[in-house]
Design a protein around this ligand. Structure first.
Ligand code: PLP
Length: 506
């Protein structure tokens, strides 16, 4: 078997097109040999943890570009930015208002600082089976009922590109004396062209965290933490960045952030972003012709608390077809050599950046057009959701795993309401045992269960495994999706806290 290095070498030579992160799309060809640039904090190259020279200067450039009041380079991804911001701005054990569709790193910060989360749920867009935005009115109501909340964290944009009304939310949060952290991991390109939304930094968020590696041409793991105004305690944030960032930050990664910002700046001026915007507009326009596949357009704005939509995310919905997202995702991969970022119940995401090519967009469009046409043909043959793409036979085939595995057209992938029995920090460390999923109802979970990507927990340790949670896990399985976080693969068994919980004796 080839080792990882050999496997990557082989992969770099074949024609697979990356509609996934990182945003450089493996197309930056300036001949860099990473070994030549890989140094430690030697004289003349400054120190990320105590920047005084070149790194300080470069962070200033980033600060000016993003119009923040302070910007920090992150080499452990947005993950370490979120951990640092949350731990720095909350006191141990206190309440925090959290959008339930936050990334797992937010849940890990909740665990680390032993926080008591109060959840706000995004609205749900039934038509496409994706989460909408966070309602400012619901946020106001929760904050009014919980005057002891000092920190609010939401994700905007979501993985699917949904942007919430940050300005109104920031006003509400600030009126109540709290601080707003926005996980803008998927929005480092915001504001770089008029077709994209504007960053939360411009709308009053106090701390904004962006993964430059996701939507811009920077190496994996690179991210930024921005602070605006004086509500967030800068010194505390720095203290936690020292804890959660490695003491040996890679200069290859650091220089990729600075190069990426320069490239973005130049591309805004030299027309590359205009070309990218034109490519996207053309793709969205053409795809209006599909009969079965739907590409989510920015007309989802204005409903379900969707304030803005990021067109860089091509969200492909198969909700109105007889196919699962997984089968189309596999077909795109195996037949057309198009690797998408992720697939969930009813939709998949193709991530784009200004480094993409006309050829890439053309290949995606043509592939979807063919699949859309083939769905028309299948409709005449009673095709159903038990079908999968058979790579050898080059056609959709029927799964031989029984009726029970079929997913219905009206299958719901909405996130369940959490019933918190114990704080995660109190639940982790309790005696545990494993039970079959069917026997887990009413018990307290001792593990996180989630799809990855996007890494949003369906249930967290300390929460009750409700009937809704079990149904959702079953629906994920029927849709052929891999479930992560559980000790036993694909949540066949669930690790529960071996204690009495309210429904366990029913
Ligand atoms: C919404 C969101 N926030 C945070 C993260 C973590 O980002 P990173 O991979 O840069 O640590 C992710 C990762 O996918 C994400 O989707």
């Amino acid at each position: 078997m080839s080792d990882l290095y050999e496997k990557l070498t082989q992969y770099s030579k074949i024609d697979w097109y990356p509609f996934h992160m990182p945003g450089h799309k493996r197309r930056i060809k300036d001949g860099i040999n990473p070994y030549l640039y890989d140094i430690t904090e030697i004289d003349g190259f400054d120190n990320l943890h105590e920047p005084e020279e070149i790194i300080k200067e470069e962070m200033k450039v980033a600060m000016q570009f993003y119009q923040s009041d302070a910007t920090y380079f992150l080499v452990n991804g947005s993950t370490c930015g979120l951990l640092s911001a949350i731990c720095a701005l909350t006191s141990k054990g206190e309440k925090i208002l959290v959008a339930r569709n936050c990334h797992k790193s937010v849940y890990h910060a909740i665990f680390l600082n032993e926080l008591q989360p109060i959840y706000i749920y995004p609205e749900y867009i039934d038509e496409f089976g994706i989460n909408g935005g966070i309602s400012p009115e619901v946020m106001r109501d929760i904050l009014d009922r919980n005057r002891d909340i000092h920190v609010v964290i939401i994700t905007s944009p979501t993985y699917e590109g949904v942007v919430s009304d940050i300005k109104t939310i920031a006003d509400i949060v600030h009126e109540r004396g709290a601080v707003l952290i926005v996980d803008e991991a998927h929005g480092a390109h915001f504001g770089m062209h008029e077709i994209f939304p504007v960053s939360a930094l411009r709308y009053g968020a106090d701390v904004v965290i962006q993964s430059v590696h996701k939507t811009l041409p920077s190496l994996t793991q690179t991210a930024l933490l921005h602070i605006k105004g004086d509500r967030a305690n800068l010194k505390e944030v720095e203290r936690y960045l020292h804890i959660y960032q490695t003491s040996s930050p890679s200069y290859v990664l650091l220089s990729s952030i600075t190069r990426c910002i320069k490239m973005a700046q130049e591309s805004m001026g030299n027309g590359l972003f205009d070309k990218y915007a034109a490519r996207l507009k053309n793709f969205y326009k053409q795809s209006e012709n599909f009969n079965n596949i739907q590409i989510i357009q920015d007309n989802i704005k204005g409903k379900n608390s969707v304030h803005h939509f990021d067109m860089s995310k091509i969200v492909i919905s198969v909700k109105n077809s007889n196919l699962t997202a997984k089968s189309v995702y596999q077909r795109l991969r195996n037949h057309y050599h198009l690797q998408l970022e992720m697939c969930a119940g009813d939709y998949m995401i193709a991530m784009t950046s200004f480094i993409d090519t006309d050829e890439g967009f053309e290949r995606l469009y043509k592939a979807l057009e063919e699949i859309d046409e083939s769905i028309n043909d299948m409709k005449h043959n009673n095709f159903d959701k038990d079908m999968f793409w058979h790579n050898d036979e080059k056609k959709f085939c029927k799964k031989n795993i029984g009726k029970e595995s079929g997913i219905e057209d009206n299958t719901i992938f909405r996130m369940p309401q959490a019933i918190v029995l114990k704080k995660t920090s109190d639940a982790i460390g309790l005696h545990t045992k494993m039970v079959e999923l069917k026997d887990a109802k009413g018990r307290m979970s001792a593990e996180y269960i989630y799809l990855y990507p996007p890494g949003i927990p369906v249930v967290a340790p300390g929460e009750m495994i409700t009937g809704e949670v079990i149904e959702l896990i079953k629906n994920y399985r029927r849709a052929g999706l891999d479930i992560h976080g559980t000790e036993v693969e694909n949540a066949q068994y669930i690790t529960i806290a071996d204690v009495y919980s309210p429904l366990s004796c029913r």
